[in-house]
Design a protein around this ligand. Sequence first.
Ligand code: ASP
Length: 584
Amino acid sequence: MYRSHNCGELRASHINNEVTLAGWVQKSRDKGFIVWVDLRDRYGITQLVFDEERTPKTMMEKAQKLGREFVIQVTGTVIERASKNPNIPTGDIEILVSKLTILNDALLPPFTIEDKTDGGEDIRMKYRYLDIRRNPVKNSLIFRHKVTQEVRNYLSKEGFIEVETPYLIKSTPEGARDFVVPSRMNKGEFYALPQSPQTFKQLLMVGGMDKYFQIVKCFRDEDLRADRQPEFTQIDCEMAFVEQEDILNAFEGLTRHLLKEVNGVTIDKFPRMLYDDAMRLYGNDKPDIRFGMQFGELNEVAQHKDFGVFNNAELVVGIAVPGGNSYTRKEIDKLIDWVKRPQVGALGMVYCRCNDDGSYKSSVDKFYDQDDLAKWAEVTGAKPGDLICVLSGDKNKVRAQLSALRMELAERLGLRKPNEFAPLWVIDFPLLEWDEETERYHAMHHPFTSPKPGQLELLETNPGDVKANAYDLVLNGNEIGGGSIRIHDKKTQSLMFDYLGFTPEEAKAQFGFLMDAFQYGAPPHGGLAFGLDRLVAILGGQETIRDFIAFPKNNSGRDVMIDAPAPIDDEQLEELSLKLNLKS
Ligand code: ASP
């Protein structure tokens, strides 16, 4: 038996008990005649004591040599501490050690194993196994376990079956590049790793498994924007014989359950917002509704004067910054510089101070009088003491820019409180999205998404206006889930592939199996997938997913601990019939 107790459980009630503990040396304090050692394991820290009077000399010497992170086992008696430590649960007691075994020594760790470590991100990733010993990472992993456990409990109780789907498959169109795997047995052919189990879960519906879920790895080879991972986890779900309403209710239930069980937060019905309204009011399809600062479109009240910048703009739109009139001129100039950064890309910003006496002072007073500015205030909801920030230009661009400014200001004003939760559904997404680069329409969600009833004809005339049976679940300004009601007949699916620019041959080669299946009695179905990493991070009150992943990759998609990806040797290349053609 390595241990009778763990390092977090002994209390005053255990005094005089003989116990055996095992763990890591967090630190030791050697006063010469007395040595204290903090022994740590997953559960906590227990203080060990060795002293000249009660500890044999050889053991005393051994204790004095213990280094940080040595793995030891001790047997001893629980005694009352002379000076108690109210900051830790085991702070009333210590162990007077009678037997000390060094199970393994340890090199000095390259960073301190403390909550606030001196190790930077890179070194912590290289020695991730040491990082995992630290409370913040350890607790995040335990938290993730709790969330996945609750997901499984809830969905199982609701009659969902967890089914595994294969990883060695062929392309699934979720809009990213595939990771591919060469096949030794089928020379010159490749598997693709799933970007999601999308087609398989639809086939499970054809197979009659009417309520499916899976906590599953997905793989997308895309440029890693901040806080994305090339492999990530979804809670993937699908249901048959359902309409959009059934799906929204089912997964609102799951989310409500998680918020309740994990965060102790009770939330009633989740609000629903049309995609068009989200874009109009927040400039964004994943609005953070923990705070206001809704957009006010100003075209009508700002395009009647001689200000060419506004007159030539497709959209003039503003937000009211609460208390923003207190900003100095210098602070406002900094804000203007902020929106002009290339990452945001605005050409400039017009502002209007709302003075406490009800008067206005704007950066365009030359063109607009007090009555005009009062209208701006009315449209943006600005009150005396606020600052109105106005951007103008191309509709889509300007919305994205003002949305970035809104989030930035909210962050600065402390309005994005991590322990406040504001979920909502964004519904009625467009079916298609115009891609500037390829000058073509792409499926906004994926090509299996069904258009709203009666809208199929619009595809011919106004493809961009067709709405889909597609929805996203948004939490605190993040998309945590998304899905759709699917097409379930071959004719519509072929039509869709056709609109998306697939030739019938391409469609057959890539997705023939799905369209074949649709001919054998496919039930109406739909589903969604949650991004588990992000969901866990948000429930955990964090914005970054890395600490909730045991072994994450860095921004270049590398695992710096195991040093992957890595070259393979010639023999292996030969076996796979592959030849490298590297251009430096
Ligand atoms: N497969 C989709 C995704 O990964 C989710 C869904 O439509 O169910 O975003």
